[in-house]
Design a protein around this ligand. Structure first.
Ligand SMILES: [Zn+2]
Ligand SMILES: [Zn+2]
Length: 308
């Protein structure tokens, strides 16, 4: 059983151990702009090829004095833009403070764990602790706090050699979760029980009214009919990813395929023969939902070969 570390002197010791362990594995440092909801700072941060880390102490916030520990993924680190924090694991320095997500706790063997309470929704409705736990493989660990039990996610044991790897896993999980939540693939409805789902449907529209019109803010791009035609001709009815024929013939008698931009137009891709490929609807959806690197490479080499 873990016991929460609540005495300031002990908390200070744990934070120093955390810093020591991280300094040993994050041996690079550099100046970067780091962004968080509400602003950004230029800071010198520590990093390796997996994690970046920045920390300081917030002593002047009377309600929530804390050690601020911000972590990000080094794969996204850039000197040209603001680098978003993946997660803050802040540690209250005034004992128990449930508004702050992090804490240290110690077990009978004297091992000290870094914990996170698991609320990661960033204000998005329904995309919180429960959704993250359902989606990730994390289980809650019980922690004794002043005689009360609470539960939290054990990120890792701070003195252990595998701590940086555990922390990296935690960051990857959160980043993956946030991306799915942002894209709408995980939402309020995703992880509720069947009963609750039916209840929510009923409560939402008890009189079965017709849906209201909605306006969409989706940005479209002007695309060349000639470039599209080029891709369709090259494919000649056969999906260029799975190599199967398109699913049906259109009224004009042509086998149906969709034309996809390998580098997405929304991410700056160009509407030119080298960047288009004809796909069956299944493969096209796969490229938009999964966009597997291997598939991208494969399509790029086909498109480059067939482009003038
Ligand atoms: Zn296909
Ligand atoms: Zn597409």
């Amino acid at each position: 059983m873990f016991n929460m570390v609540v005495e300031l002197e002990q908390i200070n010791k744990c934070q120093s151990i955390l810093l020591e362990n991280l300094s040993a594995s994050l041996q690079l440092s550099g100046d970067f702009n780091i962004g968080f909801p509400g602003g950004s700072w230029n800071e010198t941060i520590k990093f390796n090829d997996e994690i970046w880390f920045h920390h300081f102490e917030i002593a002047d916030d009377a309600a929530s004095p804390r050690y601020w520990n911000g972590f990000g993924l080094a794969q996204n680190l850039s000197s040209n833009k603001s680098n978003n924090i993946v997660v803050e694991i802040n540690i209250p320095t005034n004992g128990i403070n449930r508004r702050v997500a992090g804490f240290f706790a110690e077990n009978e063997m004297g091992e000290i764990g870094l914990f996170h309470r698991g609320s990661l929704g960033g204000g998005r409705k329904g995309v919180g602790k429960q959704a993250f736990l359902s989606w990730s493989s994390y289980e809650l660990t019980p922690v004794l706090t002043d005689g009360n039990n609470e539960t939290a996610i054990l990120v890792g044991l701070i003195e252990s050699d595998d701590f940086p790897a555990k922390l990296y896993q935690f960051l990857l999980n959160i980043e993956g979760f946030k991306q799915l939540a942002t894209s709408g693939e995980i939402n309020e409805a995703t992880y509720i029980s069947d009963e609750e789902l039916l209840e929510r449907i009923l409560n939402e529209n008890p009189k079965q009214k017709r849906p209201k019109k909605s306006t969409s803010e989706t940005i479209g791009y002007e695309r060349s009919e000639f470039v599209k035609e080029f891709a369709l001709r090259k494919a000649n009815g056969e999906c260029q990813l799975c190599k199967r024929d398109g699913p049906f013939k259109t009224k004009s008698g042509r086998i149906f395929l969709e034309v996809h931009h390998i580098d997405w137009l929304s991410k700056g891709g160009l509407d030119i023969p080298k960047n288009v490929i004809a796909l069956c609807p299944n493969c096209h959806r796969t490229m938009h939902y999964v966009n597997n690197q291997k598939d991208i490479e494969k399509l790029k080499s086909i498109a480059c070969e067939q482009a003038p």
